[in-house]
Design a binder for this molecule. Structure first.
Ligand code: SF4
Length: 273
């Protein structure tokens, strides 16, 4: 049994204990588990993977005679092919299109299988993601990993990205102008990956990708569409960490996604691969 299921069952049991008259039997629990502004050019500029990584020569010590220039190995440069996710990621790492570049430690382009059937899109990087340059690696990311496993996928089989690629200070939501400056990268990613289903994590992602104004309580669990691709909005894992009781609804949303992808929904108690 996955930890996600464990947490889900524990949440329901606690909820049942708080509600007089609610049957918390295992059977009951099992039953329950049964025109956008384009600011990024369509053709991204050519970049070299090692363009900014050339080692600098050390400064000479005061009073010392200038050292003969050391023979330097030419820095190997890997030409990235325009139109690939790797090329886009390198472009993002050098991007200075909005003020978030001033406060980031690392841009977080996104990661995963370039041919993923399933894509998860969140709001933006947090502190852990900013430090590591990778999406969803903090506590919320660990919960997302469990959700992915519960859906019979491995993390490396899906693709994970965000609306903005650099961390908004103090984890605030992205400003409209920041999202407008960055959304073109995500649009490129979606066009390249062509996922069969997109899962939007939280209302902010739905707001900026789909221009929906409703809160996540109204949006979640309903099939929407982006550029012909079915989209399922659900709760952000960070919200689920604060609101454990919402995990049951999140799991219902994820089960809809599994059915859409033709993946059997595991019965509670079964081991996910
Ligand atoms: S958030 Fe997006 S647009 Fe802004 S600097 Fe980072 S990559 Fe560029």
């Amino acid at each position: 049994m996955t930890e996600f299921f464990d947490q889900l069952i524990e949440t329901l049991q606690n909820e049942a204990l708080r509600r007089p008259g609610m049957n918390a039997s295992q059977a009951t629990l099992n039953e329950l588990f049964s025109e956008r502004k384009q600011t990024v050019p369509r053709e991204l500029p050519a970049v070299h993977a090692a363009a900014s990584a050339a080692p600098r020569a050390p400064e000479p010590m005061p009073g010392s005679s200038p050292a003969a220039p050391a023979a330097q190995e030419p820095t190997p440069r890997r030409q990235l092919v325009p139109g690939t996710l790797e090329h886009l990621a390198e472009t993002v790492r050098h991007c200075r299109n909005c003020p978030l570049c001033e406060t980031r430690l690392n841009a977080v382009p996104g990661e995963g299988n370039p041919h993923a059937r399933l894509m998860f899109i969140g709001e933006g990087p947090g502190a852990d993601e900013d430090r590591q340059g990778r999406p969803f690696v903090g506590a919320a990311g660990q919960l997302l990993d469990k959700m992915i496993l519960a859906m019979q996928f491995r993390r490396e089989e899906v693709y994970i990205a965000n609306i903005v690629k650099c961390r908004p200070p103090r984890n605030r939501a992205p400003m409209p102008e920041e999202a407008a400056a960055c959304i073109g990268y995500l649009e490129h990613q979606i066009r390249m990956i062509k996922p069969e289903v997109i899962v939007l994590l939280g209302a902010t992602a739905a707001h900026f990708l789909l221009k929906r104004e409703e809160g996540i309580m109204r949006l979640r669990g309903r099939w929407l569409e982006y550029d012909g691709i079915p989209v399922m909005p659900t709760f952000h894992p960070a919200f689920l960490l604060r609101q454990e009781s919402a995990k049951r609804e999140a799991w219902e949303d994820l089960k809809q996604v599994m059915r859409r992808l033709g993946i059997p929904v595991p019965a509670p108690g079964r081991t996910a691969r």
